[in-house]
Ligand binder design. Sequence first.
Ligand SMILES: Cc1ncc(COP(=O)(O)O)c(C=O)c1O
Ligand SMILES: [Zn+2]
Length: 407
Amino acid sequence: MSYATALRCRKCGREYPLEPLNLCDFCFSPLEISYDYKRMAKAVSQEKISGGPPNMWRYKDLLPVDGDVVDIGTGFTPLVKADNLGRELVLDHLYIKNDCLNPTYSFKDRVVSVAITKAREFGFDIVACASTGNLAASVAAHAAKANMKSYVFIPSDVERGKLVGIAIYNPVLVMVEGSYDDVNRLCSQLAQRYNWGFININLRPYYAEGSKTLGYEVAEQLGWCAPDCVVAPAGSGLLFTRIWKSLDELSMLGLIGPVNTHMYLTQAAGCSPIVNAFQSGALHVHPVKPNTIAKSIAIGNPADGYYALRVARQCGGGACAITDEELVEGMKLLAETEGIFAEAAGGVVIAGLKKLVASGVIKRNELTVAFITGAGLKTQEAVAEVVHPFVIKPTLESFEEVAGNQA
Ligand SMILES: Cc1ncc(COP(=O)(O)O)c(C=O)c1O
Ligand SMILES: [Zn+2]
């Protein structure tokens, strides 16, 4: 049995049984999983985790899951020491957490693996989600593995490169004429009407916990310690809050020392409601209408924006917005220095990191981890201008005519 004890309202603290529920009946705030950390602490150790499977399920004791899991091989992605990029940005201890290397090429496999496992435990036959693109691919793939039917809803302007990567798993793929916020609103209505497991709606508290494995892995890969600085993207803001929670939990369980990590959140300037609130000192996040090529994080009304804002403030971190031009430069810089092709959200992270270092917010000697959460082949249109090959006949002369003599 897992160490999860209840669902707890983040605002008023009311508790609910561990069921497919995401909002408090009294104050409509999000519910979060509570654990019996005393019992959990007795069960976990660095040795036990290190001896576990080379995937996210080595952290099963820290997740709200009871029986067999739905696993397509997610997690334990590389933490790359990024010396070339570090030299470029003047950072001595820079690491890239490369979560492009998950089965459907984004970190969403982590959240879905937990949520669909719970969907099966709760007896749902059908799963569904509201997605900006990556989540849909992951839900469809996991549903295939679990022999479940899936309905995935995406905005109609999703990048072309994402469509095949969703459809290949044979879900019911529904394109909604509207923004992600419209898709999400529709799915909330559908969740009231149909008895489906909506991965990021009625199963959201479980889904959220999957993101913690990113932080656990980083701490383990650093030799059981927390980084000084984290730079991560924010759409709904949930991932950002869970990286923080993961480090906090490891410390509470005695697996790492005290955590003094500064958490920096990055968004595209064309959709930066959380950054706006951070910079203006506002208590609440005001919705915006998205207009950016970073579509996977183009969420104008972020469900966990308030909590992400609180994390950034509480840990002495920050928030930074990046223009589309800057994010394209970020994608290119990461590829050219580290050989990692990130999607537009990754470009936002790298450009944000660059800004934070250049402005002296992140210091040269601070151990910094940048989270790359999705792969670039899905958002090729963002950098299509890099393609300008030499076109030649298959002869030496033709090569040297265009390229000059390279001997
Ligand atoms: C590649 C990628 N990075 C980051 C995010 C943001 O995650 P969250 O909504 O938890 O803030 C998403 C969300 O779809 C994503 O697809
Ligand atoms: Zn409440």
